[in-house]
Design a protein around this ligand. Structure first.
Ligand SMILES: C[S@@+](CC[C@H](N)C(=O)[O-])C[C@H]1O[C@@H](n2cnc3c(N)ncnc32)[C@H](O)[C@@H]1O
Length: 234
């Protein structure tokens, strides 16, 4: 095992914490290369550690964002900023250990901020930085992917962010357990067990003819909002 792949024997034994080498990360991501270079393509890393896979995905997406914002060698800065934010909104992670989750967020933020400064030839302003941090805080969560619950027993909820018109983002929140159900079990009635989990509403499901599955409706929807003001709603 290469240096840096483990933090301690105890963490390996307790949580299976062995970090993946850069070479293997790249080889695996190259299996879905086109998707990693598509800015809107959504990725969820269910045991993200400190972000070895997500960091590389973000770097690839940011390269794609630059390419898509350039015309005749000139970068259209407003366009780049939106695409760089989209790159962040489309990557998701769950990690059991709080220190790994915090390290993952910090790492992704630094990649984003450094690349932004390089491309724009100026540092991101406070608003853009706040939005970037807000998105990461909602997309990289501390929880257990096996139970799909957070440490406090509440369900893992992910926000789906879509640029709809102009600068506006539409946010819709989904429960991870319901996103994962799909198919024939999706319409199972929730139990009436009294728990924090059941204090969060369950979705209704809508049949999707294209995929032949029941898709959850969002548990919460927000009005389309200028992406620089998505922090207004929480
Ligand atoms: C083998 S490491 C891989 C980390 C990262 N994906 C990488 O390739 O470098 C597994 C990670 O999953 C986390 N983990 C273990 N059980 C988990 C669970 N039930 N839900 C979420 N994360 C979990 C561990 O804390 C550890 O960081």
């Amino acid at each position: 095992m290469a240096k840096g792949q483990i933090k301690s024997k105890e963490r390996v034994a307790d949580h299976g914490e062995v970090f993946t080498n850069e070479r293997e990360v790249n080889a695996m991501l190259d299996l879905v290369k086109q998707e990693t270079e598509r800015i809107e393509s959504r990725f969820l890393e269910p045991a993200c550690g400190d972000g070895n896979f997500l960091a590389e995905i973000l770097s690839r997406k940011l390269k794609a964002a630059l390419k898509a914002s350039k015309f005749k060698g000139k970068v259209f800065t407003a366009d780049y900023e939106k695409k760089a934010i989209t790159a962040l909104t489309s990557i998701y992670g769950v990690e059991l250990l709080q220190d790994n989750r915090d390290a993952c967020i910090e790492r992704l933020y630094k990649i984003w901020d450094k690349e932004y400064t390089k491309v724009m030839k100026t540092e991101a302003n406070d608003t853009a930085r706040t939005v970037a941090k807000f998105v990461l805080d909602h997309n990289i969560l501390c929880g257990d992917t096996l139970t799909m619950l957070k440490a406090d027993g509440s369900p893992i909820i992910f926000a789906q962010w879509d640029f709809v018109t102009g600068d506006n983002i539409k946010r819709r929140d989904f429960r991870l357990d319901e996103l994962m159900k799909g198919g024939k079990d999706a319409k199972e009635e929730p139990t009436d067990r009294l728990s924090i989990e059941n204090m969060v509403p369950h979705s209704t499901f809508t049949y999707d003819k294209m995929t032949g599955t029941w898709m959850p409706d969002p548990i919460k929807e927000y009005p389309p909002t200028d992406y620089r003001r998505i922090t207004d709603y929480d």
